[in-house]
Write a protein that binds this ligand. Structure first.
Ligand SMILES: Nc1nc2c(ncn2[C@@H]2O[C@H](COP(=O)(O)OP(=O)(O)O)[C@@H](O)[C@H]2O)c(=O)[nH]1
Ligand SMILES: [Mg+2]
Length: 201
């Protein structure tokens, strides 16, 4: 299973603006600055997504077409890079707008095969993470958790983060990932392609 190429398609603010694209979709969501764009670049071996050390700039959902080779040959899927939540300088009102847009997009989108939820391996859950996780769970969304930036962690820290997730949230076996070192790239690509090839839509 491999990824062969990627191209940027468009930025959208609603499902309406993407409904002509009849492709299975995988969403990358998480806090601002957690490493969503870097992950997309690493997984696709490209520099297609803009990464930034200044968080909070993306307001729309960036759609990319990814070509992969799976069991059934070569096919495209959509990868959506979501605007991040939890950016400190965003007002309550702006956050509410973000939430409405994301919720409407996800709930009205029948093409979604998986939501890849990125979290910094070193951070504990806060109110926003909790809200997002509970919302996704309540709506029965197919979601996988990726702990990012593990190049900054020791083995002990990763193990501790896993235990906390299991105890506090009943989340088992998150993916361990680093865009910097490339750790976890192969299993994550396999997981994404398997999600695209299986399940709903
Ligand atoms: N050390 C380390 N830094 C990372 C990693 N992934 C992203 N970053 C850095 O974190 C910042 C935000 O990354 P970006 O991909 O733009 O995050 P996004 O806002 O979620 O799209 C950038 O400065 C990246 O270089 C990682 O795995 N390890
Ligand atoms: Mg980004």
């Amino acid at each position: 299973m491999r990824i062969l190429g990627v191209t940027f398609l468009r930025s959208v603010g609603s499902m309406e603006e993407r409904k002509d694209l009849l492709l299975p979709e995988v969403c990358f969501v998480g806090r601002s600055n957690v490493g969503k764009s870097s992950m997309l670049n690493l997984l696709t071996g490209s520099r297609v997504a803009r990464t930034s050390s200044t968080p909070g700039l993306t307001r729309r959902i960036n759609l990319y077409q990814v070509i992969y080779e799976g069991r059934g040959g070569k096919h495209p899927f959509l990868c959506s890079d979501f605007p991040g939540y939890g950016y400190a300088r965003v007002s309550k009102k702006e956050h509410a707008q973000w939430q409405r847009m994301i919720e409407a997009y996800i709930l009205s989108n029948r093409h979604i095969k998986r939501i890849i939820w990125l979290r910094d391996a070193r951070r504990d859950f806060d109110a926003l993470d909790e809200m997002f996780y509970e919302w996704a769970r309540t709506n029965g969304l197919p979601m996988s958790l990726v702990l990012t930036k593990v190049d900054k962690c020791g083995q002990g820290e990763i193990a501790k983060a896993k235990v906390a997730l299991q105890k506090g949230w009943n989340i088992l076996d998150p993916f361990i990932f680093s865009s910097k070192s490339g750790l976890g790239k192969t299993p994550l690509i396999s997981h994404i392609i398997e999600s695209v090839e299986g399940g709903n839509t």
